[in-house]
Design a protein around this ligand. Structure first.
Ligand code: ZN
Length: 512
């Protein structure tokens, strides 16, 4: 006879099926669908989203949860069963707190606001976007009030993306980064000299770019029987259970790093999803109840820790180019004859303060995020007015990066996030960077000979450690819990600052 937990799990498995089906339609819309399909696809997605909400926020879910909770009451609090029930309860209560009119207003505003933002960015016209941004700010604050928070309204919003983060923890995090990064950046800028030849003006045939990136993804451990690679203007990874985990990248004929590092970044996300324990398939621990990416991983920050670990700490390492220069020469013989691994290592690690977040290097990237998070905190607690955003944005760019945007298109209007009401999502990028260094230090401590294997281009020992300690758990443990279980510490900037200082002191021949 089915137990109460079995009945609960079967009900959640159906919800998982609906959410994964929504994701398939989203993947199709972003990679294959003809433009003409947009309107009807919108209806299909809206209908399925409504069905998933009705399925979840139902009296049946409440009954099944009550019964399952009673049944597992005395079980190990760290077991997957207990964690699945507990997390379902947590999200069930949060979603039930959101007033229906607020959810409806948000859903209706999003496409309009994103459209206005896209035009405003195109025309460098912040004033036309400001009223829509104000509406998004007002809705986000209403949402924070509905969910509730202890200290700062931002706490309720960041929970959706990084459950173990709060405004006050983020302030500490960024203060630590600022103290470490700003002096390092100043030293690098003072020591910068152009590379002796500009490789990125050559032509890199797209089919060769794809083949090299695909080969490297498989070297890292991406299982192509459960994956595929497509083209998308904004690269992403998406999964419909661990059995089908897809990635995308974009190509530029004259700029080789874009496609390769896009592929390696999304491969990092995919390795996480493919590594979730098979027993969690269709369960509450491989699902995002809020209908947001990521699906099987536990949070934005932990997901980004994996994409960035594989892209930057592995893919942009000297060891990577030492190990794979022959394969690069195989695909690109003319350029390959002119370069050695050391040149490639330098060429893909150039640090330059710039205006655009998505083009930023490892050292400046977090300063872009810090600026955004500071502004979001101000918008949410009312200390910053929407009308003052462009001016404050530009002043902070000058203060942190030493560059001032010539217009709002390359300043406050550059990112889509705020137009969709995505307040609270930016910290995940920096949290991910910081976590990635903590995890890699722990892997080095636990796996003897790890660096020798990386030098040899062998990634199974690293992937094995990450799978065992992070990937297999799906969403069972929060980012904070995973860090404490693997490293003994909660989030701390020291390993990340150590990593950056060592790497760029070497690259830029800075005094130690
Ligand atoms: Zn990512």
């Amino acid at each position: 006879m089915a137990t109460a937990y079995d009945n609960f799990a079967a009900h959640i498995a159906e919800l998982n099926d609906i959410l994964c089906s929504i994701s398939v339609l989203k993947w199709d819309a972003r990679t294959q669908m003809p433009h003409g399909g947009a309107e009807t696809r919108g209806h299909q997605l809206a209908t399925l989203s409504r069905l998933s909400q009705e399925h979840f926020i139902s009296d049946k879910t409440a009954r099944l949860l009550d019964a399952a909770e009673a049944e597992i009451a005395s079980e190990d609090p760290d077991s997957y069963r207990v964690r699945a029930v507990r997390q379902t309860r947590q999200y069930f209560e949060i979603i039930r707190k959101l007033p229906l009119d607020l959810v409806g207003e948000k859903a209706a505003l999003e496409p309009v606001s994103e459209g206005v933002w896209a035009a405003a960015k195109q025309n460098n016209d912040f004033a036309s976007f400001a009223p829509y941004l104000q509406k998004q700010v007002d809705l986000a604050r209403r949402q924070a009030d509905a969910i509730g928070y202890a200290e700062h309204p931002f706490d309720a919003l960041v929970f959706e993306y990084e459950p173990s983060m709060t405004a006050s923890k983020l302030r500490v995090l960024f203060e630590g980064l600022k103290v470490g990064l700003l002096p390092l950046l100043r030293e690098i800028v003072a020591n910068d000299k152009p590379l002796e030849k500009d490789l990125w003006m050559r032509e890199y045939p797209l089919d060769k770019q794809k083949a090299f990136g695909w080969e490297m993804a498989q070297k890292f451990g991406y299982d192509v029987n459960r994956g595929r690679l497509d083209i998308a203007p904004h690269p992403f990874e998406i999964s419909f259970t661990r059995q089908d985990v897809r990635i995308t990248t974009r190509y530029k004929l004259n700029y080789f790093p874009m496609a390769l590092y896009g592929t390696l970044h999304e491969t990092g996300h995919a390795l996480y999803e493919q590594g979730v324990d098979p027993s969690l398939t269709r369960s509450a621990l491989a699902i995002d109840f809020l209908g947001k990416y990521p699906v099987g991983g536990t949070s934005y920050g932990v997901h980004e820790s994996q994409s960035r670990l594989w892209e930057n700490q592995i893919g942009r390492s000297r060891a990577f180019w030492n190990a794979h220069i022959d394969r690069f020469r195989h695909y690109f013989p003319e350029v390959g004859a002119e370069v050695d691994p050391e040149f490639m290592y330098r060429a893909v690690n150039r640090v330059r303060p710039s205006l655009i977040r998505v083009e930023a290097d490892e050292v400046t990237y977090n300063l872009h995020i810090m600026l955004r998070v500071e502004l979001e905190l101000g918008l949410m607690d009312g200390s910053l007015k929407v009308a003052d955003l462009p001016e404050v944005w530009n002043a902070k760019m000058e203060e942190y990066l030493g560059v001032t945007p010539p217009d709002d298109s390359r300043g406050v209007l550059q990112d889509i996030h705020w137009s969709g009401g995505g307040f609270g999502s930016f910290p995940g990028y920096t949290v991910g960077n910081v976590m990635s260094a903590q995890f890699l230090e722990a892997a080095r401590r636990d796996v003897s000979g790890l660096d020798a294997s990386l030098e040899a281009g062998e990634y199974a020992p690293l992937l094995g450690w990450l799978t065992e300690n992070i990937y297999r758990h799906g969403r069972a443990f929060s980012g904070s819990e995973l860090l404490i279980r693997t490293t003994g510490n909660d989030l701390t900037v020291e390993p990340y600052l150590r990593y950056l200082r060592a790497k760029f002191t070497d690259l830029y021949a800075l005094p130690l």
